[in-house]
Design a protein around this ligand. Structure first.
Ligand SMILES: O=c1ccn([C@@H]2O[C@H](COP(=O)(O)OP(=O)(O)O[C@H]3OC[C@H](O)[C@H](O)[C@H]3O)[C@@H](O)[C@H]2O)c(=O)[nH]1
Ligand SMILES: [Mn+2]
Length: 357
């Protein structure tokens, strides 16, 4: 049986790393009491809360946290017609927080994710581990069998080319989950009682040319390196699928990271995911995605970006053209999604003029 950590009595982390260079983005439809458990680790940081659903509802934020909160009215006011690219009634709305942030780093976490315990029983400061992952290089061009070579007590193994040991900048740190794993609805239905109790003490770079299913539950990234590609695709209200927002972003991000020579890591840190969402509701949301992805994955595996695409925005706009050309025949949704990808970049550049290509 795995349990969340008890963080009562842990002193506030006054020496919080990157305190003024990192925003924490939380999509929510609930009160944010879960922050109480994270207080020692997260209170020094600025929160960007993206309130989904009914904007007239008041979201309670525990005392002492520094935050800005955006509801649907705010998103519409700030983006005007471009707000159409931000999902409604789906956690995909969180990407609005990435866009309005002015910081170099983002950590995004769901409001049903708590502090995990490592095998020694120690509370896991997930944000601290994400920061370590992001500040350390990645090794996407050759797999190190002793996992993260830059970690204390590890290194590159024999046979690892010295020419590759400098590594590349890390754009994404993808954390994992104890207790409720991020399973798709069919798996949830078949294994309703399965809990993840396995704490694997490893961080790995996902090799170049390999895609992965990115979960937005416990995720950090370098906004300057890859922010414009972190569009959580059109889901929720009025859309034919849900729960593929982070997956879509992850596939676009990985193709672009591979093209630009950036690294994506997965593994530590773990959070404790407390709530299984309803598998039947999830099945309805995921249904089309489950068979569309059999075409989507080969599309991303074969997607080629031009050598002229040297910024994330240029890569992303090339990807959106390929989506329109190659995926729209599957369903008109992809035509709409390709357009939304362009709108996202326009909105991003409008709110972040300095990053315009
Ligand atoms: O309409 C909504 C529903 C939820 N949220 C917020 O999104 C976070 C995730 O919601 P929840 O924990 O209820 O769903 P899960 O099934 O566990 O979410 C996983 O799968 C879907 C996504 O990929 C998500 O990232 C995964 O964690 C939570 O903070 C809700 O408050 C929302 O904003 N709008
Ligand atoms: Mn959840």
């Amino acid at each position: 049986m795995v349990e969340p950590a008890n963080t009562v009595g842990i002193p506030l982390n006054h020496a919080a790393l990157l305190k003024d260079e990192l925003d924490i983005v939380i999509p929510t439809i609930r009160n944010l009491d879960f922050l109480e458990m994270w207080r020692p680790f997260l209170q020094p940081y600025h929160l960007i809360i993206v309130q989904d659903g009914d904007p007239s509802k008041t979201i309670a934020v525990p005392e002492g946290f520094d935050y800005e909160l955006y509801n649907r009215n705010d998103i519409n006011r700030i983006l005007g017609p471009k707000a159409s690219c931000i999902s409604f009634k789906d956690s995909a709305c969180r990407c609005f927080g990435y866009m309005v942030s002015k910081k170099k780093y983002i950590f995004t976490i769901d409001d049903d994710c708590f502090v995990a315990k490592d095998p020694s029983g120690k509370a896991v400061n997930a944000l601290e581990q994400h920061i370590k992952n992001l500040l350390c290089p990645s090794s996407p061009f050759f797999f190190n069998t002793l996992y993260d070579p830059y970690r204390e007590g590890a290194d590159f193994v024999r046979g690892y080319p010295f020419s590759l040991r400098e590594g590349v900048s890390t754009a994404v740190s993808h954390g994992l989950w104890l207790n409720i794993p991020d399973y798709d609805a069919p798996t949830q239905l078949v294994k309703p009682k399965e809990r993840n109790t396995r704490y694997v003490d490893a961080v790995m770079t996902i090799p170049k040319g390999t895609l992965f299913p990115m979960c937005g539950m416990n995720l950090a990234f370098d906004r300057d390196l890859i922010g414009p590609a972190m569009y959580f695709g059109l889901m929720g209200d009025g859309q034919p699928i849900g729960r593929y927002d982070d997956m879509w972003a992850g596939w676009c991000v990985k193709v672009i990271c591979d093209h630009l020579g950036l690294g994506v890591k997965t593994g530590l840190p773990y959070i404790y995911h407390s709530k299984a969402s309803n598998p039947f509701v999830n099945l309805k949301k995921e249904y089309k995605g489950i068979f569309w992805q059999e075409d989507i994955i080969p599309f991303f595996q074969s997607a080629k970006l031009s050598k002229e695409a040297v910024t994330v925005q240029q890569c992303y706009l090339e990807l959106s053209k390929l989506v329109k050309e190659k995926l729209s025949p599957i369903d008109p949704y992809f035509d709409k999604l390709a357009d939304a990808m362009v709108t996202w970049i326009e909105a991003w550049d409008e709110l972040n003029p300095a990053t315009k290509a």
